[in-house]
Each structure stands twice: as structure tokens, then as C-alpha cells.
Design a protein around this ligand. Sequence first.
Ligand SMILES: Cc1cc2nc3c(=O)[nH]c(=O)nc-3n(C[C@H](O)[C@H](O)[C@H](O)COP(=O)(O)OP(=O)(O)OC[C@H]3O[C@@H](n4cnc5c(N)ncnc54)[C@H](O)[C@@H]3O)c2cc1C
Length: 556
Amino acid sequence: MAKPILLSVDDDPDVLRAIERDLRTKYGAEFRVIGSDSPESALTLLKQLKLRNDSVALLIADQRMPYMDGVAFLQEAMHVFPEAKRALLTAYADTNAAIDAINQASINYFFLKPWDPPSEHLYPQLDDLLDDWQASYRPKFQGIRVLGTRWSPKSYELRDFLARNRVPYQWMDVEISANDPETKRLLEVLGPEASSLPVVLFPDGTKLLESAPAEVAQKVGLKTRAQTNFYDLAIVGGGPAGLAAAVYGASEGLHTVMIEREAPGGQAGMSSRIENYLGFPTGLSGGDLARRAVVQARRFGVEILSPQEATGIRTEGPYRIIKLADGSEISCHALMIATGVQWRRLEAPGVDRLQGAGIYYGGGATEAMSCKGEILYVIGGANSAGQAAMNFAKYAEKAVIVVRGSSLSSTMSQYLIDQIKEVRNIQLWANASVAEAHGATHLEEISFLCSDTNRIERVPATAMFIFIGALPRTDWLAGVVERDERGFILTGPDLIRDGQRPKGWQLDRDPFLLETSVPGIFAVGDVRHGSVKRVASGVGEGSVAVQFIHQYLSKV
Ligand SMILES: Cc1cc2nc3c(=O)[nH]c(=O)nc-3n(C[C@H](O)[C@H](O)[C@H](O)COP(=O)(O)OP(=O)(O)OC[C@H]3O[C@@H](n4cnc5c(N)ncnc54)[C@H](O)[C@@H]3O)c2cc1C
């Protein structure tokens, strides 16, 4: 943890050196001693320290300095670090001024120059001041701080990204905490830059304005560029299927890279509790499953590029080449597509406009805690909606599950329906669908069409979470691998029509079970036509496919 700071300011280099030396001798083990030769540069330094979230315990300044005297400096500095103890260094002739400063300018003490021996004229008084300071000192948060507002889609995107990539951060909602003195001070130090939200402050004192996930990812050391440009196996998609393939591939000696657009874990990473995954009788959260799988994959040497998106593929002889969003390319012998599915959009006026500002696709785990005491709406009747409602109900006053049908029984697992019935603050609203979302800057009301009465009901709402099914986004594969009419990738026996192998297939064998219409390109998990859409089946397919990859590689 960073040591709190003792800052001395003096334009006379000899005095500055002497005070720094004496401070360091006695307090160097517990405090960082910094010296500055002018009040102006000391104030600039204090602002940087504020942005780094450092603590300042003591400010000690000479009274006689050109342009700004010690009292004026300490008064200015007090706006930035009000909790720091303030002391003046004065000559005998300035004693009266110093006494006045104690009374009028909240200076804690003054020291006469020279202070020799320090054991008598400096340390006892400083010990007192620092003891006092220590009594109310609370160590500051040392990681990344994100300043933004709850209703800003950009802030939401960034927080969701950090949470899903398990990057610890402190969230500061500048609207909610507008009256908090520490937030005010920070915003003052930022000046006009404070309007470029979200602002990310890093512990090294640097900052990003209007920050996007990709910039923050680079800064926190998430890897987005490959170490080499050739791999035995490249996997696109870091959900359960991709992670399983990565672990099995790398553990069996394949030089493996995994490319993930958002955060490893995929849809499963958004699940608050997976109850049907073998070996976890009390269930486990998707976040935990993803974290464990990532550790396991890294242990076997898998290179994980995230956030990084695959935007195209092509083949050149035995090589499969992936184009990435940053323009770079990776080539490999075997390519695995495990890109899962993405949420289907809800088509209703106002929904697109307010996305990220009260309307969220999927779990929105980041938002769940902000909904404390509120009534929120979960749209959809599948297991994912049920799990989300169970999670939100821990924070919200009420979670309302809205379904088009008359009940949950045809869309949700019975175990989940039973659990939901037991939760007092989950309500089911059947025969209803979203007609419109209202709100100027964020969601304020939702209009529902009630199919049983054929009437519109408009209700106040601050949060709506949409879980209405999902589709694969595989346009980037068009013209290379065969897909069905909804975009799911065809593999193995699905490619054989009327006993014929797929168009352009030149090998004297049929495609392997999980192989696509291009030899050496495999598809696993939810993105595959006919897949089961479960964590366990994705994991199973990812691992099994590695066996076919070995067979394929043995003939390349
Ligand atoms: C809220 C929720 C709860 C669920 N609960 C359960 C449960 O309890 N039990 C259960 O068995 N199943 C559950 N499921 C279903 C399960 O999570 C999925 O079946 C499973 O995650 C599918 O795994 P996958 O690896 O095929 O795809 P996904 O999990 O969808 O992962 C695909 C990954 O590929 C990435 N990607 C996509 N395109 C690209 C690209 N072009 N470049 C780079 N990366 C890309 C995505 O960002 C994503 O991370 C749940 C799903 C949800 C949403």
C-alpha cells in the first residue's frame, strides 16, 4: 500500500534539503517525504496526488516565498487535502504573522528556523500532529476509480466490461455523490475534464477521459495482441465451449490462442447461478465458472486475447487465417468457432434509445445493486430470465417477470419455477408484452400491451432487463462456412445432403462430427446448428472437438 505523504515547500534549497532530511530520518519508514521548491509546483503536485488517490498527512511550508507566501499556500492546499496537518516554517521576525495564521487560517503549528536539534524543536510537535492525523486516517482505495453516472450507457458499458473481466474498480457516481465533499474536491481538481465522463483514474496518476473498454483494457494489461502470428489451434469465442476447447487443446500440447470479444465466460458468465452443471450440487455462479476456467487455461499456456474481435476468416492452403478488429491477422492450422449467441433485440419504440440507461440486455449484474429498493422488470420467460429475477430480488423492492404467454411452465425449468414461487418479492405478469419505453435521459415508464384485456398499461420503472432469446452473429463467416437460414453453423452429418459432401469439399472423407464445411474449421457450443444450448453441452463439444482436431492435424 502506498505510504501517506509529508510534503515540504521552500524556495531556499538549503532549508528544503534540511527539512526533507530531518523528516525522512524520523518518518521515512512510514511516510513518503516529498519536497517542492515553489508553492505553485507544490499545488500542481497536490492535484496529481489527489487524482492518484494518495493520502497527504502533512504540509509544511516556509512563510517567506516569492509570489505566494506559506499561509496562502497552505490555505490553497487545504481545498485539495483538508485532512492534512498544516505547519509553517518561520523566521523569528515572522512570529506574530504565524500566530495570526494559526488563529485565522487553520494552520496547526509553526516552527522557528532553525529547528536544531530536531529532537527538541521539530519531532515532538510533529509526532503530536501526525498522531492526530493517524487517528482519523482511513487508507484510500488503491485501484482504478471510475467516475460516471448511473444513466450513462457509456459508463454502464465500461463498468460491465470491468466487472466481467474481473478488474477491481471503485465506482463513483458523480450525480448521486454530488454533495460528497471528497467527490467535489476530485471534480474540482479535474476541472473541465470532469465533463468527459466516464473518467477513469489509474493508481499511477494517469487518467482516461470518455474512456472506452478497449483503451482501459490496454492500460490494465489485458492482452489484445497475439505474441506470434501462427498457432496450432485458434479459438474464436471464450464462453464455456471455447474455454473447454482451450483447456483440452493446450493440455494436449497444442499451441493455442483464444480470441474473446468481451470477456471470457460468455453467456454463462452472466448467469448468477448455474444449478445443473455436473459436480456442483449447490450450483455455482457463471462468474466463478469463467474465472476457474480462465486460470486453468492459462496454466496450460493458452494465450487469451480479450477484448479482441474476429471480423473475418479466409483459407490459404493448409492455413486458416483470422482477421481481427484491430486489423491484425492470426494464422493457424485448426480453427474453432465458439461464438455462441447474442441477445435478440426487443423491437419497441424507445428501447434502442434508452439501452444502457435503464434498459439492459441480459443479466446486468453491474446494475442489480443500483436497483436497491426499486421495482424492476424482467422481460422473458426462459431460465435466464428466472435466474436474473432471483438475483435482482435480493436488491430490488420487487422484480416483475413479464411474459407474453399465460404462465412460465412451457419456457422455464420446474425447479426454477418452484424457487421463484418461494420468493416474496418476485411477481409474474402474464399475457403482457412491451409496447413502448418512455423517458428523456433514462427509463422512467414502460407501456405494456396486455393481450387478455387488449389494453395498454403504463407503469413507472427505472430498470428493465431483457431476456427474449438469442441468435448467432455469424455474418463475418458468410461465404466461407455453411450456415442455416438463422445463421447457426452447420457441422458434421448436417452438411451431407442427398449423400453429397458440402460444396468445395475436396477430402476423401466426410466432415468430422463438429467440423464445418471447410476442413480444419470446427464449430462448437450454442453457435452450432442443432446444439443443446447448455453449459455442459458446450463444454462437452469443446473438449470432444479437440480429438477431431488431432485427427485433422495428423493429415495436414
Ligand atoms: C443468464 C443466463 C443463464 C444461463 N443459465 C444456464 C444454466 O443455469 N445452465 C445451463 O446449462 N446453461 C445456462 N445458460 C446457457 C449457457 O450459458 C449457454 O448455453 C453457454 O454459455 C453456451 O456456451 P458457448 O461457449 O457456446 O457460447 P457463449 O457462452 O455465448 O460464448 C460465446 C463467446 O464468444 C464471444 N464472441 C462472439 N463473437 C465473437 C467474435 N466475432 N470474436 C470474438 N469473440 C466473439 C462472445 O463475446 C462470448 O463470450 C444460461 C445463459 C444465460 C444467458
